[in-house]
Design a protein around this ligand. Sequence first.
Ligand SMILES: [Zn+2]
Length: 174
Amino acid sequence: MLAARSLQEARLYVDLRPCDCGTTSPFDPEFSVEEVDGQSVVVYSGTCPNCGTERRFEFAGVPDGDGFGAGTSSIIDPGEFLWVSDAATDQALSAATGPDPADRQAAQAAFETALAALDEVLKFVPAGATEVPAEVIRSELGRTVYDANPDRFQIERLEQRRAMITDAQQRVSV
Ligand SMILES: [Zn+2]
């Protein structure tokens, strides 16, 4: 069973794992809480819109709370979190130039996601170290991000990136 630190992390885990059929259609799972052996289990389940495969993800004892949760993730690696941060930053920058106030609100929300995901990457830098250790990045997506540019996982580069996103966020008025 998977151990998520929060519902937000559990849902992100599901979103980061597309069906084996390779579809890019969004998977929109049902959310439920079930009792398994006297413990409550968070379940996301549904049918792949492309190939019809039944998909089910079970998370044990998900704590309440905002954000991705305390401590480091055991189910999403820092390469995946950097990918999430990059995607949210791109989304924020394109929404920020939109004509409507709603676009700028969407941009602010995406900037918040970008920063939160980047902070998750930073949590993987051990005390006294200067970068995320390569061996903690195990997912296929995470390895792809890491191999494209391992230097991005240096604490200095991550903090520069954080400052850049914060600066861009502050220039978008709501
Ligand atoms: Zn499928």
